[in-house]
Design a protein around this ligand. Structure first.
Ligand code: ATP
Length: 314
């Protein structure tokens, strides 16, 4: 598939701050691509350079076949953008805002179908300051769609939303892909990237430190499976530690927890041990390595990338 976005060696500094330092990635037509990274990693700056809100210092930016540094006006006709928080006048209504935004473009969609698609029909004539956080974000997406964009760029679309509103937005974003749009989104929620994105670039301190499909990154990384085991009576820690592939055995609250790089082999040996010791199996959970494990493995820390509020890890 032809690339919708090509970023090569993008750099941007603010005075003494090197916000983006040689970032490169490509997004294929029809993909949902995620820029993932902690606060201050350079995600927003990258996105703002792509949409022409900031001037890049160095690098090549190609968007929808256009040179985004030389033809920013042409690029704007082909893309839809929802920035981190959409500030509109308190008194403007969704219908008026859609009409106003539409007037900026050669090609546009009328408010009605957009209000319907983004579940805002009931709120079409309500003042902006009376909309909930989720409704405001849906309006931001509707505004990004007003010019029938080939590429939609969403900067942290679900930050600050409750779990239900977040799920609704996820459904909308997946629908964009089904309808043939290409989507670039930034997020620091790892689950969000894992659920939505075909491919991601992990950004840290202004550099891309890994690119690929979430499942590929998980498979390539040294991230391993975690197993939780409860038996009655409990198995001896040393016996578990001797099973193939097992390491980091810990005990807490009557459960034994360990990691394994060879889960199939480990679990076969564990089943044999349970039968041999004639203990009762009360609980056995295997948790796959997550993107969070990959992130921690790559950056050596986990304080930056977040678990979405209300969405515990599987
Ligand atoms: P967040 O998740 O918090 O939005 P981000 O990954 O989007 O973070 P950026 O907003 O691109 O990161 O910021 C990258 C770096 O550039 C940070 O160190 C930030 O403080 C700095 N920065 C961003 N905008 C400006 C600005 N207008 N002036 C000076 N420094 C800036």
């Amino acid at each position: 598939m032809p690339a919708k976005v090509i970023v090569r060696d993008l750099s941007k500094r603010y005075g003494g701050v090197e916000a983006v330092r040689g970032v490169s990635f490509e997004i294929g037509a029809g993909e949902i691509f995620g820029l993932l990274g902690p606060n201050g990693a350079g995600k927003t700056t990258t996105l703002e350079c792509l949409v022409g809100l900031r001037e890049a210092d160095e690098g090549t930016l190609e968007v929808c076949g256009l040179d985004a540094r030389r033809q920013p006006r042409e690029v704007k006709q082909k893309i839809g953008v929802a920035l981190q928080s959409t500030a509109l006048q308190d008194k403007i209504t969704p219908r008026e805002a859609l009409k106003l935004y539409g007037s900026f473009y050669r090609e546009r969609t009328e408010p009605e179908p957009l209000l319907e698609r983004f579940a805002l029909t009931e709120k079409a004539d309500a003042r902006f300051d009376t909309l909930s956080g989720g409704q405001r974000q849906r309006l931001a997406l509707a505004l990004a769609f007003v010019n029938k964009p080939e590429l939609v760029l969403l900067d942290e679309p679900t930050t600050g939303l409750d779990p239900q509103a977040r799920r609704e937005l996820h459904t909308e974003i997946l629908r964009m892909k089904q309808d043939g749009h290409t989507v670039l989104l930034t997020t620091h929620y790892l689950e969000e990237a894992e659920q939505l994105c075909d491919r991601i670039a992990i950004i840290d301190h202004g550099r891309v430190i890994a690119t690929g499909a979430p499942h590929e990154l998980i498979a390539q990384s040294s991230a391993v499976q975690t197993v939780t085991l409860v038996t009655l009576p409990a198995l001896a820690r040393e016996r578990l530690a001797r099973l193939p592939g097992v390491h980091d055995v810990e005990e807490s609250g009557g459960a034994l927890r360990f990691r394994t790089e060879r889960p199939t082999e480990t679990l076969a040996a564990l089943a044999a041990l349970i039968a041999q010791e004639r203990v009762e199996l009360v609980e056995l959970q295997v948790r796959k390595a997550s993107l969070e494990d990959v992130f921690v493995g790559l950056t050596g820390r986990d304080e930056g990338a977040a678990t979405a509020p209300g969405e515990g890890r599987a």
